[in-house]
Design a protein. Structure first.
Length: 363
């Protein structure tokens, strides 16, 4: 099976683009990172951090575990931590999938679900999205007695679209209890408040539910690799059995605790993102480029030319974005919402691209 898969291939990095195109400044809008950095509390922690790195980290992540449990109103043993939520996908696949099992997911969606399911030799049932949204009815029909895991991504990556809470409840009420449902909420903090799910209620109501979240996005800690899963204690125990004993570092645990303490930074990031995204979406409408409605810090934009050509055009002008060709959505670009001045500059370049396409200079 492994010889049928490929390693993850990241996009071009800032220094690489600088050298290739002889540019002094590059704006990276490809990986949905927080353009406002991270909480000042994190910086304070970094400066005061003790240097006892010769010691193994706390495998239970007690300080982070208790702080997060209090914030989420769950018990500490309902949590499992990973090196980003990516590792949680790996742990779930390892715990529940194997030869003779199958798993159901949307397509296109976050590709790591498929990747790690195949590594475990599970049969993958992919249900095409409808206008960028999960086809929940189609996914339900695909579930059988051998379906061990269903993956739901909301807001979805790469479209930014969401599953409504009412639709989610209908799905859960019909999903058999032997099937674990993974609700990936990596971008949940960017969502409008009224669209967010009552996570505690659903965890209590559905024993087969695992919710995934991360510190990589709105918290701005992608480089520290901390994600977490929330479920009932039985499922969490299963994942903690599979998990390596020291999979999050001492530094990353301390940093995540500091980030949790700064609600103001999270709220300010959310508000800025919404404001800048709205202006960018208005610009797209002005040049008549379609886009998917987003509840995230990125927008999937439809392009009038091949996505790789459009991405290369932007690279030459100092902007790194993600081509939809590698995301399963050809003729699109996934563009992270950056700071106001960067998005204004990007809009100017996109307008030039649109004009060059219309006059035939770019095809």
């Amino acid at each position: 099976m492994l010889n049928q898969l490929s390693p993850y291939k990241q996009g071009m990095q800032i220094q690489e683009v600088k050298e290739k195109y002889q540019l002094s400044r590059i704006v990276k809008l490809a990986s949905n990172e927080n353009p406002y950095g991270f909480s000042p509390k994190v910086q304070e922690t970094l400066e005061d951090m003790s240097k006892d790195f010769q010691l193994y980290p706390d495998g239970y992540a007690a300080q982070l575990r208790f702080a997060l449990a209090e914030k989420l109103s769950v018990t500490p043993d309902q949590l499992v931590f990973g090196s980003g939520s990516d590792e949680l996908v790996t742990l779930i696949s390892r715990a529940f999938l194997g030869e003779g099992t199958n798993t159901v997911m949307a397509t296109p969606t976050f590709p790591q679900y498929r990747h790690h399911s195949l590594i475990e030799d599970a049969f993958v049932k992919e249900i095409p999205t409808k206008q960028g949204a999960h086809d929940l009815d189609g996914m339900l029909k695909a579930i059988d007695e051998d379906t061990k895991v269903v993956w739901l991504c909301t807001p979805d990556n790469p479209t930014g679209t969401v599953i409504s809470e009412a639709a989610f409840i209908r799905f859960m009420e019909q999903c058999p209890s032997h099937t674990v449902v993974v609700l990936d909420e990596a971008y949940v903090e960017f969502m409008d408040d009224e669209l967010q799910f009552d996570m505690q209620r659903h965890i209590a109501s559905y024993p087969n539910l695992i919710v995934l979240r991360t510190f990589s996005k709105i918290y701005g800690l992608a480089g520290f690799r901390v994600g977490y899963g929330i479920s009932n204690e039985s499922l969490a125990t299963t994942l903690n059995i599979v998990r390596g004993p020291f999979n999050t570092t001492s530094l990353s645990q301390r940093i995540a605790v500091s980030a949790l303490e700064d609600d103001q930074f999270i709220q300010e990031t959310k508000e800025k993102n919404q404001q800048v995204r709205a202006v960018f979406e208005q610009f797209l409408e002005e040049i008549d480029w379609d886009y998917y409605p987003s509840q995230t810090n990125f927008v999937l934009v439809e392009t009038p030319i091949d996505a790789d050509v459009a991405a290369e055009y932007l690279l030459k002008h100092g902007f790194i974005v993600r081509s939809g060709n590698v995301l399963g959505y050809p003729f699109t670009l996934r563009i992270t919402i950056g700071q106001e001045e960067d998005m204004a500059a990007l809009s100017s370049v996109l307008k030039e691209l649109d004009e060059d396409v219309k006059n035939g200079a770019v095809k």
